[in-house]
Design a protein around this ligand. Sequence first.
Ligand code: ATP
Ligand code: MG
Length: 243
Amino acid sequence: MPVAELQSVSKNYGAVAALRGIDLAMEGGEVLAVLGPNGAGKTTAVRILLGLTVQTSGRAAIFGHAPGSHEAKLRRGAMLQVARVPETIRVREHIDLFSGYYPKPLKLAETIAAAGLGGVENRLFGELSGGQKQRVLFALAICGNPDLLFLDEPTVGLDVAARRGLWKHIREYAARGGSVLLTTHYLDEADALANRIAVIDGGRIIAQGTPGEIKQQGASAGLEDAFLSLVRENTNSIEEVLQ
Ligand SMILES: Nc1ncnc2c1ncn2[C@@H]1O[C@H](COP(=O)(O)OP(=O)(O)OP(=O)(O)O)[C@@H](O)[C@H]1O
Ligand SMILES: [Mg+2]
């Protein structure tokens, strides 16, 4: 059974077609990077798999359960692009609170070390720097030791050391059998972490494969050039249809 699955999923926000028939299936232990330009539909796909929004049509499941179900929520952790976190709670209290939802959470010290929060654990969230806040959001995603992690642009604003720390944690987590759906605009990050890449553009998956395969599809040595040529090709083909 796939860890996470979207079948023919479409999502309309009024007149905006954010997703147009997406099929995606993740296996256990997989690190899937979802790439795509701004507005491609990446966050929408993540929000559907988290049960935060409901698809207009198609089917979504986490471990065979409805994304919004209790069973699904106990097995996944998430870091969203825009997260509302109370400002007047201390870092360690936030982590304790979140850990409490899960049946087999990490030890507090382990979460703090993995997220690079040593030294600021007693500070109020509202008093942290942007990158420190981002580290807390990562801590809240991993502290429950879930089977599946959703990370929506997790390393935005992180310094080099924190970014590498996050990469290390993701690698170790996947090696232990955890699955990760990651979105990023840093293609070196996708290259470094993902064993599979899905490129979304205009609400459709336009390419899928290992980082090596994607580079070949884009007829290019680097992932960034391959990505740009795939997205450009897709834009051209949409324009041809419209003409
Ligand atoms: N709540 C919403 N109401 C209306 N339109 C929305 C909403 N959320 C997203 N959209 C639209 O849906 C489309 C896909 O947005 P989405 O956030 O999924 O893109 P994304 O791939 O995550 O982009 P980015 O790289 O900028 O984060 C965009 O056109 C966006 O404007
Ligand atoms: Mg997004």
